[in-house]
Design a protein around this ligand. Structure first.
Ligand SMILES: N[C@@H](CCC(=O)N[C@@H](CS)C(=O)NCC(=O)O)C(=O)O
Length: 201
């Protein structure tokens, strides 16, 4: 199998952390591409008609895409236990929370990095950032017992979202008012899977 990905993508990082937390890295080749909303990479486009990454080629059918589909598929392949039945709806909601924070964070990156300066909307950026802070609030106020429990995709999605905030939006300081979440992340970020997928660029 091939994972079509970029090192900076938080969505791709979810899958890459999963591969390292399970025994699946040996079965998946990581294929680096450079893609953007304005210019899709041909390999990314061939695997996913919308040109987005990550996508996963697999032997038994067409490529899979959307990180949540890929992580669910890989988990099911080896019964990795990252979506425990007893907590399934909590895990899925938490994974969705991390993904939504990534959506907003990536959208701020596109707004600031890809648009001509005179077209950048400060209101749009502020609105997206308030969604991210809403996610941090909810994680810290409601979900720490889960995040302090056995590893699930909720942990991985949360950590990849926070890691991306550090990568691209460090100056906005998501840690302010989120000390408990920040302490959790400092510890989780030391895992080999996170260190191995850490990107600065
Ligand atoms: N919901 C998707 C989001 C994927 C996504 O937005 N990926 C970005 C990179 S971080 C992308 O491919 N952007 C290029 C584009 O939008 O064409 C997922 O979870 O995989």
């Amino acid at each position: 199998m091939q994972l079509i990905m970029a090192a900076a993508s938080p969505f791709a990082r979810k899958v890459r952390v999963l591969l390292r937390e399970t025994d699946l890295l040996k079965d998946v080749q990581e294929v680096y591409v450079a893609t953007s909303p304005f210019k899709s990479d041909p390999t990314a486009q061939a695997a996913n008609p919308t040109g987005r990454i990550p996508s996963l080629t697999r032997p038994e059918g067409p490529a899979l895409y959307d990180s949540r589909v890929i992580t669910r598929y890989l988990d099911a392949r080896i019964d990795a236990g990252l979506y425990p039945q007893a907590e399934l709806w909590d895990v899925l909601t938490l994974e969705a929370t991390g993904d939504a924070m990534m959506d907003s964070a990536v959208s701020i990156s596109y707004e600031t990095r890809l648009r001509p300066e005179h077209m950048i909307s400060a209101d749009w950026i502020d609105a997206q950032w308030s969604k991210i802070i809403g996610g941090c609030d909810a994680l810290q106020n409601n979900w720490m017992p889960h995040l302090n429990g056995p590893l699930t995709m909720a942990h991985i999605s949360t950590a990849c979202a926070l890691g991306y905030l550090d990568l691209r939006h460090d100056v906005r300081n998501w840690r302010q008012g989120h000390d408990v979440l920040a302490t959790w992340f400092a510890s989780f970020a030391k895992r080999d899977s996170m260190v191995d997928t850490h990107f600065e660029g």
